[in-house]
Write a protein that binds this ligand. Structure first.
Ligand code: ADP
Ligand code: MG
Length: 394
């Protein structure tokens, strides 16, 4: 099957009853056949944006296109879109077969056509054996697949999915995630998928759009979001365990925080922060327990079997920048609980059997090329001077 048309969102704004903007001047280009994920904390406007695309809500300003067609004012039923929600209501008294065919029947499709499309979708989703059962006789995952099937059977131009897996238990969610990816590869239908779960976003999205308080923060591939977050919010929101953050100063080609001093490479973006307060960021995977480096004391050891998370208190004050306070407030990990005192702590991802215990004195080695830097006031990522940066592909 070839890809379906993309969705273009141009300066779209939505306010409910003159309230604050639920969606604030968002522009986003979902490509033909792309799997785009909208992610952000609860209340950031994800569902609203999805409803605007579907036409369930009216835009306050801006335009929405599906392919070349301007659908901004178009009736939702004419937008050729299928939605899948968290609370998918199947008809309990109808068989799976009838549930799958219901939408087509409403559209007055012929009996033969309904039968052939339902069979096809049942085959794709592995529901052939269950066609005569009622929803009550299915597991949660099977019911979710039927809900997905109802959307697929319509062969829409686009799927809009709003946290469709949140009602499933963790293990099932992971397997449904893999099935969804395969399904998308197979059908090539343009999909906008909403979740508050950054892991789900990163594993499913070809690109991921991060939202906060109605405003689009960054839209990029998972790798780019992880390696080059545009600001402190994205940096703190994406990645698990979350990025370690500490306030620092930059001078004479060195970054300093607490008693730590680190020489910066020529092309380090942190050099742009010389002479002002910055927030320095370090991914937990980019720190190693070593013989020499930043001194610290082990506060927590979490052994996960495949790896160990070690929380190390270091000799630096905890961060108090406004940008950071905002960002961490919505960070997915509750690191804040661990930092009851006024000292900063770094989480390190170490090997599974690493021989450390709470109270141990350790040293942390850091590769300065892996440091992230942000303006402490605005939260914007610091950028290396243009001449040191690799050219950006068009
Ligand atoms: N029907 C509505 N009337 C008034 N305010 C709403 C309505 N729906 C959503 N909102 C508000 O818009 C903001 C965004 O909500 P929503 O899009 O549901 O966020 P998300 O899906 O990211 O959790 C929230 O502040 C929410 O309270
Ligand atoms: Mg929502």
């Amino acid at each position: 099957m070839s890809d379906t048309p993309g969705i273009r969102i141009e300066h779209v704004t939505k306010s409910y009853k003159n309230g604050p903007f639920a969606v604030d001047d968002v522009s986003l280009d979902v490509r033909d056949g792309e799997f785009m994920v909208l992610v952000g904390p609860s209340g950031c406007g994800k569902s609203t944006l999805l409803k605007l695309i579907a036409g369930i809500e009216e835009t306050t300003a801006g335009r929405i296109y599906i392919g070349e067609r301007d659908v901004t004012l178009l009736d939702p039923r004419k937008r050729d879109i299928a939605m899948v929600f968290q609370n998918y209501a199947l008809y309990p008294h109808l068989s799976v077969r009838a549930n799958l065919g219901f939408g087509l029947k409403l559209r007055k499709a012929s009996k033969a056509e309904i039968a052939s499309r339902v069979d096809e979708v049942a085959r794709i989703l592995g529901l052939e054996e269950m066609l005569e059962r009622k929803p009550g006789e299915l597991s949660g995952g099977q019911r979710q697949r039927v809900a997905m099937g109802r959307a697929i059977v319509r062969e829409p131009a686009a799927f809009l999915m709003d946290e469709p897996l949140s009602n499933l238990d963790a293990k099932l969610r992971v397997s449904m995630r893999a099935q969804l990816s395969r399904l998308h590869e197979r059908l090539g239908v343009t999909t906008v998928y909403v979740t508050h779960d950054q892991v789900e976003a990163m594993t499913l999205g070809q690109r991921v759009a991060v939202m906060r308080a109605g405003v689009l923060q960054q839209c990029d591939t998972p790798d780019q979001l992880f390696d080059h977050p545009a600001n402190l919010f994205v940096a703190a929101f994406i990645g698990s365990p979350a990025m370690n953050l500490v306030e620092a100063g930059v001078e004479d080609g060195e970054a300093r925080f607490g008693t730590a001093v680190m020489g910066l490479p020529e092309d380090s973006p942190l050099r742009a922060g010389a002479g002002r307060r910055i927030v320095l960021g370090l991914r937990p995977h980019d720190i190693k327990l070593a013989d020499a480096g930043i001194a610290g004391v082990v506060q927590v050891v979490e052994r996960l079997g495949t790896e160990t998370h070690v929380v190390v208190g270091i000799d630096a004050p905890r961060l108090r920048s406004r940008a950071l306070a905002d960002a961490v407030e919505s960070a997915p990990d509750d690191d804040i609980l661990l930092a009851e005192d006024d000292r900063a702590s770094f989480t390190v991802v170490a090997e599974a059997r690493v021989p450390v215990d709470v109270g141990d004195r350790v040293a942390l080695a850091v590769n300065p090329a892996r440091l992230h830097g942000f303006d402490a006031e605005t939260g914007e990522a610091l950028r290396a001077p243009a001449e040191a940066r690799a050219p950006v592909a068009a």
